[in-house]
Design a protein. Sequence first.
Lengths: 379, 306, 327
Amino acid sequence: MKLNALVTLASAAVLSAGMAVAEPVKVGMITTLSGGGAGLGVAIRDGFMLALKQSGTTDVEVVVEDDQQKPDVAVQLADKMIQSDKVDILTGIVWSNLAMAVAPAATAQGKIYLSPNAGPSALAGKGCHPYYFNVAWQNDNLHEAAGAYANSAGLKNSFILAPNYPAGHDALAGYKRMYKGDLAGELLTKLGQTDYASELAQIRASGADSVFFFLPGGMGISFLKQYADSGIGLPLVGPAFSFDQDILQAVGDAALGVHNTSQWNKDLDNPANAAFVAAFLAEYGRLPSLYASQGYDTANLLLSAMAKADISDKDAFLAALRAADFDSVRGKFSFGPNQHPIQDIYVRQVVKEGDIYTNKLVGVALEDHSDVYAAECEM
Amino acid sequence: MSFLLLAEQLLNGLQFGVMLFLTAAGLTLVFGVMGLINLAHGSLFMIGAFAAAAVAAASGSFLLAVMASIAAAAAAGVLVEVLVIRRLYARDHLDQVLATFALILIFSEGTRWLFGSFPLFLDIPDYLSGPVTLPGGIDYPLYRLTIIGVGLLVALGLFLLIARTRLGIQIRAGESDREMIAALGVNISRLYTVVFALGAALAGLAGALIGAIQSVQVGMGEPVLILAFVVIVIGGIGSIKGALAGSILVGLTDTLGRALLPGLFGLFMEPADATSIGSALSSMLIYILMAVVLIVRPTGLYGARA
Amino acid sequence: MTRETLFNAVLGLGLFAFPLWAWWAEEPFMITLSTRVVILALAGVGLNLALGLGGLVSLGHAAFFGIGGYAMGILASHAQSYTPLMEFPFVIEGTKSMPVIWLVAVVASALAALVIGALSLRTSGVYFIMITLAFGQMLFYFAISWPAYGGEDGLSIYVRNSFPGLNTLDPIQFFLICYAILGAVLLLSARLAASPFGLALNAARQTSERVETVGIRPYRLRLTVFVISGMITGLAGALFADLNRFVSPSMLSWQTSGEIMVFVILGGVARLFGPVAGALLFILLEHVLGGLSEYWHIYLGLLLLGVVLFARGGVIGTLAGQGGKHG
């Protein structure tokens, strides 16, 4: 038996009264645990496991495997989990391209997929599926919110940039969908690029009044540091990914004051969130990130469905998932017709609390926001 | 595009080129003297950056951090040279590729095991941060100018080392005839360890300097490694002069391609298509450059031997 | 060479018997895993022709692997959506038929290998390694930023393509198809090595001047073997995409080139069954070590290092002796 892959959650806690006596649910978690992208997978896994631990359930068995951020490995793991481990539910994938490789095939084989992060447009629109639930956001959402924020902040001439790959194109399209001002320039950078001197020179020369960027992972860290050092000093706007808790410490002062959009923050005022933040800090010794909050919500969604229906009754179980009857750390949370979230998206600002860089809420960018692809979804 | 912007982009290209030279110099030195393909060069770059981040966090001194990066990478270099690399000199390139590929796996996950999965903080010191105004009115980051300066100093230092010192004579002799200098009583094994450590130290220095304006994270070495290989192959493997020329050529090509191509395509295309195609082509540009150089000059610009 | 022949036979039979056992024991994933080994071995056999027989160290074979994969992805996705691939000057429809896809994959890889090979063979040694890498990287960045077929997201195919008379959705039947192809290609590869062409190529690898004096142009020999090598790896790419029902630019990345090369070196360069042994060992390690620790790459690295330093000539070289073929 594998050492860490098979985590059976045993606990002395008694099943709470009123809970349907269920047969155990087997969950396959495919996520990135090695290499440069491991931080995101670790956060999702930790959030997910924390929720299960808190619930004290003995009815969930989780198989965790590392996809190494490679699509073909993710496909192989999904095959293994479906064929060999006989899981009921798959979850965990961080990246859109891996989700596109795994989710359609898994749902076609009758497995439920709960996405804790990636939300490619193909799976929200024509490719939507009754077995596919997105518990995070549709990929465009945070960018749309950034566009809406730019309007409300009175920004009139944005320079926008993102890497040249599908999620980057979606980001620019999402921003432009909401943003009403002019564009001072638009750039597609190389995926994995680390030096932005050339782009910064173009921004400086463009006469823009603000910069919107989507550069996930190390690209964003590099860009922010170089942007701060360039002395351009225009207001920056972006989705939460480059300002996440786990990444901010590496960016430091360069991110201070930047406005970013997110469906969650650690100071969101609701009891579920307060409990989550405290428990996460106690369990892992660090503040939770956006990704951890999504993993945590994913597990709680699953638990809420298990309390209402038995996994062997697929229709009832899917209906229970669709109801999304759980206390989300984001406060309000429900599913739209394409089983993607309808939720508020907030504006946060990067601040320094003591020695820790973190975000504080400063406003709401979009209320009860869904996505534009829902109309194309026929279920 | 205004003349001033073009001038700034040229400066950016030069700066990117010098950054590439810092990472490529050690690689080409090791290949030139020992004939070793070291895929783990990127890992030494990463070790330098992590050591610098750790020391900067503990001491608050950037200078100390840079020195630590050199020391740590050199120490790691000596360690792998003695334990592993030494056994590979007599082997063919394939064994070297596989062994150093294995070293990448060990270094990357070892670093993650030591430092965790999240990126580390390493910043430019206050006295080097912010832009300065150059003649002509270009605002240019002081730190990037510093990198240009350090890179050119390293290049000068290497030229002097190879042309003027006893070690340099041995290195040159080693490049042309290994058996002979061993027969002449030079401790070849020690020479190799010293050269490998020197190459590692250069990679570590580059890691610290570049890490300060990029992301210090596991896996940061691999893209650098590929670029460094492109550079030394264009320049001619083993030649420091070639590495410098190759770096600057690649730096200028890449920077100007990114700056000019989308606009160029915009002259006869829809803006959206122009951005997309121009960006796609600019990301392929350095590889096209490399292929063209090798087709015209099969041993690179300054390469003597195949 | 009897020990090597014996070892090859055991390996070949074992790779056949294990999935049959898994089929009997109703462990479909073990069949999938074996299919993966067979397909990656096929890619390795392709590279081994260039590497072992021709002495051409190509770090760009992911290009052919990916071209094969995209041949499958593009044809099948058009068939899936009932849109023709091309309407002008004549209509080309997509297809879900494996033999047609294989043919397209092989022809497309051959053309690519002809162009890449013709240009790259002007160089040699490390320069050859790097110029093949450069061509691979060009295709990789092209695929990432080419929106028509999914860019970095890649292309998903919902149902595996069909083969006349067989049900390819059944893992064991798909395995048998791949196994049969690997067997045929191994046979071809053995015949090729023993043919006058193979002997001339071998001679050209060792001393180029000697074959030139008897009037053979090494450039042509090398280009031919490079094209054949690319065709086989392209075919493997088409099968790999069908196994995963998915193709993405990661098949074109330099890491993929590196991994295919690792299979070959791990198993034993220029050994007929080297890539088979290498792919088997690599997948086995990945599968076993992956569950041991989050930091399993460290163990993988240490094991690979051990093989290079202490098991010269790869697995087959060590087990079957006669390491003289190597180095």
